[in-house]
Design a protein around this ligand. Structure first.
Ligand code: FES
Length: 128
């Protein structure tokens, strides 16, 4: 603890920032390599993330709501903004904090909501 009682995140002291991404409603927290996309981090942890374009930034299937930590993501790029506006409408983009998980790169903790994210193995199980 620092003078005055303020606690400092130990990851910041050693200069080894590891963004944590909390995924709802799955309610799972994963560590991401600094600068990796949300979807890349999910795949690294064996999670399936909805996509139809394979992460090309053109389908919006991966779009998620950013509940917390928006400032810890790289700013919305022109391509991402164009895709979101064209596919979901500019009003949707303005009023909801939506990002494409395949394009949004994390440099700090974020909490996102995306239905359909699940352990990848579950997608291989066929119902009897
Ligand atoms: S996976 Fe298609 S836009 Fe992200």
């Amino acid at each position: 603890m620092r003078p005055g009682g303020a606690q400092v995140d130990a990851r910041l002291i050693v200069g080894d920032l590891v963004p944590n991404i909390k995924i709802l409603p799955l309610d799972r927290v994963i560590e991401a390599a600094d600068g990796s996309t949300i979807m890349e981090a999910a795949h690294e942890h064996g999670l399936y993330w909805p996509t139809t374009c394979g992460g090309e930034g053109i389908c919006t299937s991966c779009a998620c709501t950013i509940d917390e930590g928006e400032a810890n993501l790289e700013p919305l790029g022109r391509g991402e903004l164009k895709t979101l506006a064209e596919e979901l409408g500019e009003a949707t983009v303005r009023t909801r904090c939506l990002r494409l998980a395949c394009q949004a790169r994390a440099h700090g903790d974020v909490t996102v909501t995306k239905r359909g994210v699940r352990p990848a193995e579950a997608s291989l199980v066929t119902p009897e």
